[in-house]
Design a protein around this ligand. Structure first.
Ligand code: ADP
Ligand code: MG
Length: 259
């Protein structure tokens, strides 16, 4: 029996579901182009592989839970004097990620910290890596509810499996002892397993005040800073400069600029 439906069934039982779904078209295409047996086999296998990679990327994009999508191409280095195009290209290479380096983006609100970390996360996913994006508040919530909420448990598992974990707005709030402990445990579990990106508007010197306990602070900083690149972003807030004005006229809009 070699009917198309039988072949489809066989492909499915061999877990080649993508090819199974497109088999008639793939056969017609091969007949039309009069390809050799070898080329036909290659085209089937390539198709299955390509589709699997595409689906993996879609799945990883969903799991990463980015708040919005931004690319490195959309980041204008002319707007951010403290980062050169060369440095941006180096970040894009992701060598730091493979070497399990951590990146810390420091800077005031609107300086592009979240944009850059999302863009690097998307770049990593496109290269086949798994990524988790977590605003700090959400991360703490997940850690506190891992035992009682299934969704938190699932997200924690994904965090631990990620090649890159992005923690956005680190230390924007003070933590109590329990929260600082949970945070330390996570950093400890990720240490030497995943690369990390942190964004913060406060430098590591100020993190101690928010973590409370000095010994936990030292333990966390040790692990985070062991292999880390600190990128200082500054300058005027991109958001403020490019905000939309209800007056639609630059001069009037400037009345509200705080300088
Ligand atoms: P932060 O996280 O530092 O507060 P964001 O990354 O959220 O700032 O940036 C605020 C907004 O400004 C976002 O929409 C971001 O895309 C945009 N933005 C900031 N810096 C740049 C830049 N250099 N080029 C292009 N867009 C930028
Ligand atoms: Mg931000």
């Amino acid at each position: 029996m070699t009917s198309t439906s039988y072949l489809e069934q066989q492909l499915r039982s061999l877990r080649m579901a993508e090819t199974a779904g497109r088999l008639p078209e793939l056969i017609t295409e091969a007949e039309r182009r009069d390809v050799s047996y070898q080329e036909f086999l290659a085209s089937i296998l390539n198709y299955e592989q390509k589709r699997r990679e595409e689906k993996q990327i879609e799945r990883f994009m969903k799991w990463a839970a980015f708040p919005y999508h931004k690319t490195l191409e959309e980041f204008d280095v002319r707007e951010q004097a403290s980062l050169s195009q060369k440095q941006l290209n180096q970040l894009k290479e992701l060598t730091w990620m493979e070497q399990l380096y951590n990146i810390i983006f420091l800077g005031p609100p609107g300086s592009g910290k979240t944009h850059l970390s999302i863009a690097l996360g998307m770049e990593a996913i496109n290269r086949g890596y798994q990524v988790s994006f977590l605003p700090m508040g959400e991360l703490i919530h997940i850690l506190k509810t891992t035992e009682i909420i299934r969704k938190s448990q699932m997200r924690k598992k994904r965090i631990l499996k990620s090649d890159l974990v992005i923690i956005d707005d680190l230390m924007y709030m003070a933590m109590n002892q329990n929260e600082a402990n949970l945070f330390f445990q996570l950093i400890n579990e990720l240490y030497d397993q995943s690369a990390l990106i942190f964004t913060s508007n406060k430098g590591p010197n100020d993190w101690g005040d928010l973590l409370g306990d000095p010994s936990i602070t030292t333990a966390i900083l040790d692990r985070i800073l062991h292999r880390a690149e600190v990128v200082h972003l500054d300058g005027d807030s991109y958001r403020m400069k490019h905000r939309k004005s209800i007056f639609g006229d630059e001069e009037n809009a400037d009345v509200y600029m705080v300088t």
